[in-house]
Design a protein around this ligand. Structure first.
Ligand code: SF4
Length: 507
């Protein structure tokens, strides 16, 4: 029990239990600070600066780190959080084909307040730590345990040779599920770096490349790392592991790469770990003609490759990228938004394919690694919005009246209401190659087909015109039974409750 933090009941635990997203982010953050997590929240505020939306506007951020853990071989994942959060997270994981159990340590107000939850987590970790089955166990504190200061840092670092990695991924500190991937990737890299410093580590099962390699930061379409490898070959370089990794040993191989390509620009903690290992980091990605030429040059220079070899790589692929772009033109106006971190790259590709892209919104924050893409887009008159809210994305779509809106689920839904053809960024755009010659022609078909649906969308809109919307939607025998007086009375009640809550805060 020594060292175990007991959370005082006045640390808002009873009022937080069972709340989460529904509690105010400020209230949760204040509780977390009171419970000893000030340093953690300050680090997250620096790593993941918040923008107009300070709460998740899409799925729970912890899904990002959960998915990273679930995709790794010989890694067990355990969640500690409210049952409703864990239900949602496991549901989405299995929807996306996790094919693996997600561990859960349940709690109630009492076990949270007395510190028994920490003991339960420790017992669960001991039970799971079987070296025959696992290289690592990842334990994640969701909102309520983070707000209550459940001290995962006090878990043993290793049990029977199985590494134990504890992370806090609260919705009030980590704004997007993309950045939650970084929380786990960074924690794993830090762990692996300490192992490397302590002595020899295992080589990757796939063996080591005989050429200097470039580690790739960001989840990509499976063919993209191969394409990148082919483009690096004329410079005498190879594609290294993709971080987040699929196996623990790949972390060592990634740390071994002298140069890291931040293909997705939001991996702040991972970059910090690479830089602590003395690695240099290159931003942007090899998308389209100009993007690929610039990226090959940056990577070559970071590896001190001769200008001749850089030119050889550029010449080997420049012509085929140009040919693929010319053979697969995209005509029309497109607004684009998403939360994957690759939005700016996709916008570059669309513009080089001939599309007009007036707006790009990304839920991720501005960073040094997306700066070249931002500048390239801004120079072409594109409004780039970092930490874009759903409202920003919808306003841009309504304002620019595009031929196609690419966005998240609620943006696509709104587009359909307006009769605008739309595509889901995550399912339909992220699931395609984007890099080099393979990426240059990959988007045209799906985008042109979607744009071609404009008249069908208009037909559907006309067909459903007049069926009402919101609380008057559907088929009514008479006029919809609207009661503005009831609504006004209810609003008064809500206002009164809000005033009472405000007054309580000030006491
Ligand atoms: S863990 Fe996720 S679902 Fe649960 S309260 Fe936090 S943000 Fe919401």
């Amino acid at each position: 029990m020594s060292g175990l933090r007991h959370v005082a009941p006045e640390a808002a635990v009873p009022s937080l239990d069972g709340q989460g997203c529904h509690a105010g982010a400020d209230q949760m953050a204040a509780a977390a600070r009171a419970a000893g997590n000030t340093e953690l929240l300050n680090r997250y505020a620096k790593d993941y600066p918040q923008g107009p939306h300070d709460k998740p506007q899409s799925m729970c951020p912890a899904f990002g780190s959960l998915r990273v853990g679930l995709r790794m071989r010989r890694v067990a994942t355990v969640l500690s959080g409210s049952a409703c959060c864990v239900y949602g997270l496991t549901f989405v994981s299995h929807f996306y084909g996790a094919r693996r159990s997600v561990g859960y340590v349940p709690f109630n107000s009492e076990s949270l307040v007395t510190g028994k939850l920490f003991e339960d987590i420790r017992d669960a970790v001991h039970e799971l730590a079987d070296p025959a089955r696992y290289d690592a166990v990842v334990v994640t504190n969701l909102c309520v345990p983070t707000a209550s200061g459940v001290p995962l840092r006090l878990l043993p670092k290793e049990i029977n040779g199985v590494r134990i990695v504890g992370i806090d991924v609260p919705g009030f500190g980590v704004p997007t599920h993309a950045e939650a991937k970084d929380v786990l990737a960074g924690a794993m890299l830090d762990y692996a770096r300490a192992e490397v410093a302590a002595g020899p580590v295992a080589a990757p099962t796939t063996g080591r490349s005989d050429r200097p390699a470039v580690a790739l930061l960001g989840e990509m379409f499976p063919a993209d790392p191969m394409m990148i490898g082919a483009m690096l070959a004329p410079m005498g370089l190879a594609a290294g592991p993709v971080v987040p990794c699929r196996a623990w040993r790949e972390l060592y191989a990634a740390l071994d790469c002298k140069v890291v390509a931040a293909i997705h620009p939001f991996y702040t903690a991972a970059v910090r770990s690479f830089e602590a290992a003395g690695r240099s980091v290159v931003g942007s990605a090899p998308v389209g003609y100009e993007g690929t030429m610039d990226w090959l040059s940056s990577v070559g220079q970071a590896y001190d490759v001769t200008a001749e070899k850089i030119a050889a790589a550029q010449n080997a692929f420049g012509a085929s990228i140009r040919a693929a772009l010319a053979a697969n033109p995209i005509r029309g106006r497109i607004t684009l938004s998403g939360y994957e971190g690759s939005e700016l790259l996709v916008a570059r590709l669309l513009i080089e394919s001939g599309a007009e892209v007036p707006y790009v919104g990304t839920a991720c924050a501005r960073s040094a690694w997306s700066e070249a893409d931002r500048a390239w887009l801004a120079a072409r008159g594109v409004a780039v919005k970092f930490r874009a809210s759903l409202e920003d994305d919808c306003a841009a779509m309504a304002g620019f009246a595009p031929d196609l809106a690419i966005g998240t689920t609620p943006v696509v839904q709104k587009a359909k209401e307006l009769g605008i053809p739309a595509l889901y960024f995550t399912n339909l755009i992220s699931a395609r190659p984007l890099m080099g010659p393979a990426g240059a022609g990959s988007l045209a078909q799906v985008i042109t087909a979607a744009m071609g649906n404009k008249s069908r969308m208009a037909g559907m809109k006309a067909f459903f015109e007049g069926v009402g919307k919101d609380d008057t939607s559907g088929i009514w025998e008479g006029a919809p039974n609207l009661r503005p007086d009831f609504r006004a009375a209810h609003q008064k009640k809500l206002d009164k409750l809000a005033r009472a809550a405000k007054a309580e805060e000030m006491i």
